[in-house]
Design a protein around this ligand. Structure first.
Ligand SMILES: Cc1ncc(COP(=O)(O)O)c(C=O)c1O
Length: 423
């Protein structure tokens, strides 16, 4: 009988014979995703395969969720073991994986208590509700949360309002009240927006979705000091930056700050859906019935998160992400030296962007895809790299070779065409 791995390898050919997946997607889905023309069917480490058997090096990493890469043995084993024991029960009962995970997170961060949910947006929603509850109980009913321009906090209605980008606001107006967006990287703007109605500030340590914007070294510290001075909560959205992504377990550890509330999701269970928000004791003001979730803390997801988190700590995966990230960064800087249309390299650890002087990111991403490299077009003029944290320098070299060739062939051609086609 064919093994599980053999069956997976066989599947693509059988599926291809039966279906045009892209056509089915066009027929049956709401048209929200602008997908690349590739149907992925299998993954191993940093590699994925499409339904035609073509192999790719994956620098998208499930949008920064595949922290240990695809089908890591630690993840697969945890999934298998927990699936045979208990997949789901309700939060009416105690279950062991979620308690173990809560203890692991609290003992390895500056936070004390945790609430589990299923996604980044839900983690941020929970954090916002906790801040409002804090405002009601401790700050005379203050309810406003200050966030930054160009931030991204998720797609629920409230997190759409929290997200500081008008392109997300306009289609859904009117949005829930109580979110004030101010200039990123400006403590002055934060101060000006703070009123007696303010209960919290919520920031990403690095703004991932808007193109990997890294604030000044002292920004987070100065915002934290301001929050302390005003007695309001300092919330960090570490949904993208957490779990080793920027070279430390959590990004806040590089800034000498301690958030009152921190949100996590993406890399926490290496691709299995989970979210969490954590709070310091003084901010843990929820009482019985104040918040809840059917799937939050699900034993399957929590068992995988425990295994992922332990593996990351025991093997200093965050340190590896820092070292390989620095190497990747330096190699991208070499590309910047070579190509005058590369404007900037920015980021930390394995969250890096390459910005161009013009809007060529889509064409470059498509050309990379053809050459077996998956990258994210984060902005019309920028690519983002957020590979599995286990990527090696050798794999970075392979990626750089493809990027270099693509930039030299494709980008030069695109730019030449654009210049010659000008009237
Ligand atoms: C910083 C940040 N917050 C929140 C979210 C929303 O997470 P999710 O898509 O899991 O709801 C994202 C997703 O990209 C994110 O990067």
């Amino acid at each position: 009988m064919a093994s599980h791995a053999e069956k997976l390898k066989m599947a693509p050919k059988q599926q291809k014979a039966q279906c045009d997946w892209q056509e089915l997607e066009r027929r049956f889905f709401l048209k929200t995703f602008n997908r690349f023309p590739v149907v992925l069917v299998r993954g191993q480490g940093t590699q994925v395969w499409d339904d035609r058997g073509k192999q790719y090096l994956d620098l998208v990493g499930g949008w920064a969720a595949n922290s240990l890469g695809h089908c890591h043995p630690v993840v697969v084993e945890a999934l298998e073991q927990q699936a045979e024991a208990l997949v789901h029960t309700s939060n009416q009962f105690y279950t062991i994986p979620q308690i173990e995970l809560a203890q692991l997170l609290a003992e390895n961060s500056c936070l004390d208590r945790v609430f589990f949910c299923n996604s980044g947006a839900k983690a941020n929603e929970g954090a916002a509700k906790l801040a409002r509850r804090y405002g009601k109980l401790r700050l005379n009913g203050a309810y406003e949360i200050i966030t930054a321009h160009n931030s991204f906090h998720g797609r629920t209605l409230a997190m759409t309002a929290a997200t500081g980008q008008s392109k997300f606001h306009e289609p859904y107006a009117p949005l829930p009240q109580g979110f004030i967006n101010v200039e990123f990287n400006s403590v002055e703007a934060m101060k000006e927006a703070t009123t007696a109605n303010t209960c919290a500030v919520m920031l990403e340590p690095i703004q991932g979705e808007s193109g990997v914007s890294v604030p000044d070294e002292t920004y987070l510290q100065r915002v934290q000091d301001w929050c302390h001075e005003k007695g309001i909560l300092f919330i960090l959205d570490e949904i993208q930056t957490g779990i080793g992504r920027t070279g430390t377990l959590f990004a806040y550890q590089q800034h000498d700050v301690e958030p009152d509330i921190m949100t996590l999701a993406k890399g926490l269970a290496s691709g299995v859906p989970i979210g969490a928000f954590l709070a310091k004791e003084h901010a843990s003001v929820f009482g019985i019935g104040d918040h809840g979730s059917t799937f939050g803390g699900n034993p399957l997801a929590c068992a995988v998160a425990c295994a992922t988190f332990r593996h990351i700590i025991d093997n200093d995966v965050a340190g590896q992400a820092r070292r390989v990230g620095e190497y990747f960064f330096a190699r991208l800087r070499d590309l910047q030296e070579q190509f005058e249309f590369v404007a900037e390299v920015r980021g930390k650890g394995l969250l890096i962007a390459l910005e161009f002087t013009s809007d060529i990111a889509q064409e470059i991403a498509m050309a990379c895809l053809e050459s077996g490299l998956l990258v994210n077009r984060v902005k019309p003029n920028a690519l983002r790299f957020m590979p599995p944290l286990i990527i090696t320098e050798h794999e970075v070299d392979k990626a750089i070779t493809i990027l270099q060739r693509t930039l030299s062939e494709k980008a030069t051609a695109i730019l030449t065409k654009r210049v010659t086609s000008r009237p």
